[in-house]
Ligand binder design. Structure first.
Ligand code: PRX
Length: 652
């Protein structure tokens, strides 16, 4: 956990004079002025940013807050986000600029200029149209990190279809839940993908996932399989189509659908503290303006940069900071398909050297893994092209920050620690690297336009409390698909509907720097991936031998947090712990995906419950973190915690 009081590293890290002099925002004073102006006159500020982009019709009103929390941005404005990500650059003479430098895990490569990318997007869009997909239709995308993933996303946006990207590590059941919730008409997938030298057969997962889903009319399959031997596919005639066959028949021009600023751009599912994953809704105009400006200022992006974000497009980081933000800024970027340790632990540094990457954006969990693998791997490579580093997804511990700064950044690259969420669309708290000196472990100060505060339950500003956002911003979510009530209750109820509640705790230090301490709800951040404890509990209780379960997050050296499941077996259930454990793990793989596997499954006779039957997870966390147990007098059976403790320690 990041905490200014316990941090072993209290120094301020300033950008070099040279970095600051060339930066878009080059001093703390300039940042404060910009931030103050953006809060004093949000409509003027965001209107000016939006005017840097192309609109077919200007907006009538920058912000409509009449029906809060159902805010509208750039009302009446019309545009298409792909025009701003592609056509705009070609019209400005940048058609030959490299957009994507792609590398597959086996070492195959592809390079696409902006002109080529537009052509690919238009062709893909025409294939979708040919399959009957049009404006407002929902399209699920389940693809590996191949260029076609970015192209498919943009192709949907081109024709006004709503994309719902499903990370390709999710299981068939997770695909099904998302496809059904969004009523996806078309699913785009690939025959396979590469991960640590092994092929993952994605089409087969989609087949299982969409079986019996009446909404799915078409499955479009991209050929990625490289081996000589073809592998067996089920092929549902009339439903399944090879992309390479369809694309051979279409034109490479496709006019961009004229979209209203508040038309939906995409749905992206994320975990909440209760119930099933929620489809976070983002719309065209505000999201476009927000990802455009955050990319430009947070990464201090310049025309000659080679930018690399190591996230997967299946998560929000890839949507905002691989697809839309960088492309709206005509960035040249690296895209990589596979694992960081294939064929060895130097793969990322090999890529940085080969493509002269200047901006590198990754997650603390990856940094901790690199640290563990040792300095020798990065030191084998020339990393002198790097000028800026970034992190995202979870709090970074100061030790990992210092290692990143020293070994990867050569003590010369500023580090931006970006706090944000699927719901926020883009960066909310982050330093602007030429202006705001960094403190290891703190996301520092709010982005322009963001009114962030640390407050208590009553709304008073405090040093340690809950993070709150007190003003709307253009990249904000517009709702949860199909569940307006959950949207209002989750995010807008805490402070009488006035402020946005992100679900994180935070500390504000004497310089006004914000230190995000982690979730305060039942969401766990495993390797930067959000998993609701309720989701894992419902997997456990689906096992016939399981009566009850409670899942908690625990600190984990590499992943940041890991999951521990406490499970109670039904009286008289047949079987033994080792086989139940194996079966439960297999069920997690099947129902969510391997990345959600718990670190430990502890079988116990009961759970610590109050007399009214409420499970006291706090005590389970005390056991897991080996802390003195808090107050147990309210428990129905206080002796139960000692028994659980013994069981927990047996699994150490
Ligand atoms: O707890 C915060 C943590 O990740 C959550 C958002 O997760 P997700 O929607 O999956 O988006 C991840 C990528 C933006 C937040 O509620 N989080 C994200 N970035 C940081 C962070 N915690 C601390 N510091 C960060 N830089």
């Amino acid at each position: 956990m990041s905490d200014p009081l316990t941090s072993p590293e209290a120094r301020l890290f300033h950008p070099s004079n040279e970095f600051a002099a060339a930066a878009h925002v080059g001093s703390l004073d300039a940042y404060h002025k910009l931030h103050q102006r953006s809060l004093d006159d949000p409509e003027g500020f965001w209107g000016e940013v939006a005017a840097e982009l192309t609109w077919s019709k200007p907006w009538d009103r920058v912000l409509n807050a009449d029906n809060a929390p159902f805010f509208k941005w750039f009302e009446g404005g019309r545009t298409n986000i792909t025009v701003n990500c592609l056509d705009r650059h070609i019209e400005a003479g940048q058609g030959d600029k490299t957009a994507i430098l792609w590398e597959g895990e086996p070492g195959d490569t592809r390079e696409l200029t902006y002109a080529e990318l537009l052509q690919e997007v238009c062709r893909f869009a025409n294939v979708l149209k040919g399959l009957g997909v049009g404006k407002g239709d929902s399209v699920a995308i389940y693809l590996p990190m191949i260029p076609e993933l970015a192209v498919a996303v943009l192709a949907c946006a081109r024709i006004g279809a709503v994309h719902s990207v499903i990370f390709a590590g999710f299981s068939a059941e997770s695909v099904r839940d998302r496809v059904l919730d969004a009523s996806s008409k078309c699913v785009i997938t690939a025959d396979g993908s590469w991960r640590r030298g092994k092929e993952l057969l994605l089409k087969n997962i989609v087949d299982d996932g969409v079986e019996g889903c009446d909404c799915v009319e078409q499955v479009l399959v991209i050929q990625r399989h490289l081996a000589k031997e073809p592998f067996a596919h089920n092929w549902t005639k009339g439903r399944d189509h090879w992309f390479h066959e369809e694309v051979a028949r279409v034109s490479d021009e496709c006019p961009a659908e004229d979209m209203d600023a508040e038309d939906m751009l995409f749905l992206l599912y994320t975990s909440g503290s209760t119930g099933k994953p929620k489809g976070i809704m983002h719309t065209v105009g505000g999201y476009m303006v927000y990802t455009y400006l955050t990319t430009k200022l947070t990464f201090d992006l310049k025309p000659n940069d080679v930018y690399w974000c190591t996230a997967d497009i299946g998560w929000i980081t890839g949507h905002s900071y691989i697809v839309y933000g960088p492309m709206a800024n005509a960035a040249t970027q690296v895209m990589y398909e596979g694992a960081p340790n294939f064929p060895d632990e130097a793969r990322f540094w090999d890529i940085v050297e080969k493509y002269h990457v200047s901006i590198f954006y990754t997650a603390p969990t990856a940094i901790r893994a690199f640290m563990k693998w040792g300095d020798a791997f990065p030191q084998k490579h020339d990393l002198s092209s790097l000028r800026l580093l970034g992190t995202v997804g979870e709090p970074i511990n100061p030790e990992a920050w210092m290692w990143y700064h020293r070994v990867i950044g050569g003590e010369r690259c500023p580090i931006v620690d970006t706090w944000w969420q699927t719901e926020t669309g883009g960066h909310m708290i982050t330093s602007l690297p030429g202006a705001v000196p960094a403190k290891p472990g703190s996301a520092t100060l709010p982005f322009p336009g963001v009114d962030a505060a640390v407050i208590d339950e009553s709304g008073e500003e405090v040093e340690r409390g809950l993070l709150a956002i007190r003003k709307p911003w253009p990249g904000m979510l517009r709702g949860i698909w199909g569940d307006e009530e959950r949207f209002v209750n989750t995010y807008w109820c805490k402070w009488g509907g006035k402020y946005y509640f992100p679900g994180d705790g935070a500390i504000r230090d004497e310089d006004g720097y914000i230190w995000v301490t982690g979730r305060v709800d039942d969401v766990v951040n495993v390797s930067g991936h959000r998993i609701g404890t309720a989701e894992l509990e419902s997997v456990c209780v689906a096992h016939p031998a399981v009566a009850e379960s409670a899942v908690i997050g625990v600190p984990h050296e590499i992943k940041g947090q890991g999951l521990v499941a406490f499970v109670i077996i039904r009286t008289g259930a047949e079987g033994e712990e080792s086989s139940w454990r194996t079966e439960l793990m297999a069920m997690v793989d099947e129902k969510i995906g391997k990345f959600a596997r718990p670190e430990k499954i502890v079988f116990s006779v009961d759970l610590p419950k109050t007399r009214s039957g409420k499970i006291m997870r706090r005590l389970l966390r005390d056991i897991a973190e080996d802390r003195p147990l808090g107050n147990v007098t309210t428990l129905a059976d206080p002796s139960i915690v000692e028994q659980i403790k013994v069981k927990y320690q047996e699994r150490a």
